[in-house]
Design a protein around this ligand. Structure first.
Ligand code: ZN
Length: 294
């Protein structure tokens, strides 16, 4: 069994956040992926809300239940709000890499990609005193969230332990990252080699942005019923708990979405539901990766 949980624990639970704030919108505009509409203080404030109001609410909630989370943080967010990011780190949360300006690796050449990774590492290290060891790929339409052919090598050179972005091959299990796959459209794929870095997959179906934000328009959030979202999260958690012992269950959240009042209540209800089980191990993704045994 590749992941060895602490004695007496059945399932790991990781609460993770992407601190995109305004960086995702500005990045997509910079590369021509958003329309030419006005972007000023009003739209900027959508992201600013996540940092100024969402993060304090989230940090207080996590403290209340003594949960250490993982915050995937673009370097520019660490540079803009160093006190906030330092405070999260001092509370015991993991600060992980999420690009410098929310750039997708697949949209960069090798030199720019290496610079982007290094710049993000430098910003986080300057603020927290610790280099990030985990990475989540920033989302850029239409490149979507995709690695380049150089990404894994660059991350290994920088000492990363894990990527949390793949949608498979498992949902509640960690596996080794495979590098060098070649995909064809007229014959079977050629599989690359496993490397000493871990794939902690995400499940887009339980992401807060899918429930609250995506699928309507770029700017106007949709409003889903919290009880419906809670029902989906509970069913996925229950399945993982029952059928995937020694696995993990992860939430992918965003302060600008989950920081809103009724969604914070929903997150607390989810935590309380999970905590009814006596053998759950809440951990950061780095702590999960450190339990890997070859
Ligand atoms: Zn993001």
């Amino acid at each position: 069994m590749p992941i060895e949980l602490p004695d007496g624990k059945r399932l790991a639970v990781c609460v993770s956040f992407d601190l995109d704030a305004w960086s995702i919108m500005l990045r997509m505009r910079a590369v021509g992926l958003l329309g030419k509409g006005n972007y000023g203080p009003i739209n900027f404030s959508r992201g600013e809300f996540g940092i100024v109001t969402g993060i304090p609410r989230i940090a207080a909630l996590l403290d209340k239940y003594n949960i250490k989370a993982t915050f995937f943080t673009p370097g520019v967010i660490a540079d803009t709000y160093p006190d906030m990011v330092r405070d999260l780190s001092r509370r015991g949360h993991e600060i992980a890499h999420h690009g410098y300006f929310h750039e997708c690796p697949a949209s960069l050449d090798e030199k720019a990609e290496r610079e982007s990774f290094q710049k993000g590492v430098d910003s986080i290290k300057r603020v927290t005193g610790k280099s990030p060891v985990g990475y989540r790929v920033p989302f850029e339409i239409p490149q979507a969230n995709e690695l380049s052919e150089h990404s894994v090598k660059i991350m290994m050179d920088l000492g990363f332990k894990y990527i949390s972005q793949h949608m498979g091959p498992y949902d509640f299990r960690v596996s080794k990252v495979r590098d060098g796959d070649v995909y064809h459209t007229d014959k079977p794929p050629e599989f690359g080699k496993e490397v000493s870095m871990l794939n902690i997959p995400v499940n887009e179906l339980i992401e807060d942005d899918l429930a609250y934000f995506l699928g309507v328009s770029t700017f106007y959030p949709k409003l889903d019923n919290p009880s419906k979202v809670l029902e989906i999260w509970k069913m996925d958690f229950d399945y993982a708990y029952q059928f995937e012992p020694n696995g993990f269950f992860a939430l992918v959240l965003h302060p600008e979405s989950t920081g809103r009042a009724h969604r914070i209540v929903l997150l607390e209800q989810t935590i309380q539901y999970i905590m009814q089980k006596p053998d759950i191990w809440f951990c950061t993704m780095e702590q999960l990766a450190d339990r890997w045994k070859d």
